[in-house]
Design a protein around this ligand. Structure first.
Ligand code: ACO
Length: 355
């Protein structure tokens, strides 16, 4: 049996390919470096949706509809904000997603794509005792998120980030979304499955703890000692290792280049690079038979911190981008008409003695 389904091909997809041996990510025929920072998140979402939704408008109308959906959703979610702002932001966003209609149509796909972009900044501001900012439907998606957060820089970096994480083969959350979609449940149900799988620290929950690690090391002033103790405790280093990549995750360098462009980030970036080198050396020393390298989450943490998101929001920003992939995969799976239903091997336990 393949533990963790390692190496098992469970779907055919035209959406993306994770080329683990060479460290390449291809989305609908384009290498990541041809998309991130070159095409907007809206354009990449449009690329992913093509062929999976009836009446998909052209790129320009698609972006405009995403903008108008942000505005429409703001009014709808506003009354719920004070209550939901008591929850961790990820749970607040997920609760709002759960309230959306559950069909397989394009209108619902737009709402699912737009909702985290509107809800996350609004929840953060509500928690901080500030008024949520109404969306500007004329802006690009990432620029509007940054504006709604109350910041005025970092839109380009966020746009590149959202495109970078938009899709990534059959990762755990995408697989979860496809399982639900295979039952012909609606898109909201499939996307909610994605949210739930993404949340864990072995998947999309890693970047917040990356900041905790960097802060703890900065305070102690000795990266090697801190990392060595983490290994001795049996901890995993967040932001390192990957099931598929046998080399560096290509998303790490795309995001690192975006962080380097952000004003005021050079000192933090230099420190993170030092920690990364110490961590990689220790990973190679302690696990010489595995190829463990930096994954997307290490530089995600730096990028989202520099844009101005609190660290407990990072996973929700990941969901903001990955929803594009979940939606396309959900449609691709549902269109096969075949339910996902693997087998299990029963290991007969000893029978309990009757009392
Ligand atoms: N730190 C320390 N040791 C590690 C790490 C790490 N980050 N990653 C893997 N290892 C070790 C494991 O303990 C294991 O050792 P063992 O064979 O002695 O038991 C060995 O390397 C192999 O690990 P696996 O569990 O087979 O790796 P798997 O493919 O199942 O897991 C995963 C991949 C979950 C990403 C893992 O590397 C990890 O936990 N990383 C830290 C969390 C993280 O960064 N998550 C984000 C991943 S990217 C994403 O999902 C968007």
């Amino acid at each position: 049996m393949a533990s963790g389904l390692e190496g098992v091909v469970a779907a055919e997809t035209v959406l993306s390919d994770v080329r683990g041996e060479v460290g390449e990510l291809v989305i609908r025929g384009y290498r990541l470096d041809e998309l991130a920072g070159r095409r907007s998140f809206e354009q990449v979402a449009h690329l992913l949706f093509a062929g999976f939704f009836d009446n998909l408008p052209d790129e320009q109308v698609f972006a405009a509809r995403l903008g108008s959906t942000r505005a429409e959703l703001f009014d709808a979610i506003h009354p719920a904000l004070p209550g939901l702002a008591q929850l961790p932001p990820y749970d607040g966003v997920r609760a709002l997603v759960a309230g959306l209609a559950d069909t397989s149509g394009l209108d619902d796909a737009f709402r699912l794509l737009a909702l985290p972009a509107v809800a996350l900044p609004a929840l953060v501001r509500q928690r901080d005792g500030l008024d949520p900012i109404f969306p500007d439907p004329t802006l690009g998606h990432a620029a509007d998120v940054v504006r709604m957060l109350g910041r005025d820089a970092g839109a380009g970096a966020l746009d590149a980030y959202l495109a970078t994480v938009s899709d990534h083969g059959l990762n755990a959350s995408t697989f979860a979304a496809r399982v639900v979609a295979s039952t012909q449940a609606g898109l909201t149900s499939a996307v909610l499955a994605g949210y739930s799988a993404l949340k864990g620290p072995l998947h999309g929950g890693a970047p917040g703890p990356v900041i905790d690690m960097l802060d703890a090391i900065a305070e102690e002033g000795d990266a090697a000692a801190w990392i060595s103790r983490a290994f001795d405790r049996g901890d995993r280093l967040m932001g390192f290792g990957h099931r598929i990549y046998r080399t560096r995750d290509p998303r790490a360098d795309v995001l690192k280049a975006q962080v380097a462009k952000l004003a005021g980030s050079s000192e933090r970036l230099a420190f993170a690079e030092q920690v990364e080198q110490v961590a990689l050396a220790e990973l190679r020393r302690r696990k010489p038979d595995r190829v463990l390298d930096t994954n997307v989450e290490f530089y995600t943490a730096l990028l989202l911190e520099a844009v101005g998101f609190p660290k407990d929001c990072f996973t929700a920003v990941f969901a903001m981008g990955r929803t594009a992939g979940w939606l396309a995969h959900a449609r691709e799976q549902a269109m096969t008409g075949r339910v996902i239903r693997p087998a299990s091997r029963y290991i007969e336990p000893p029978r309990q003695q009757a009392a």
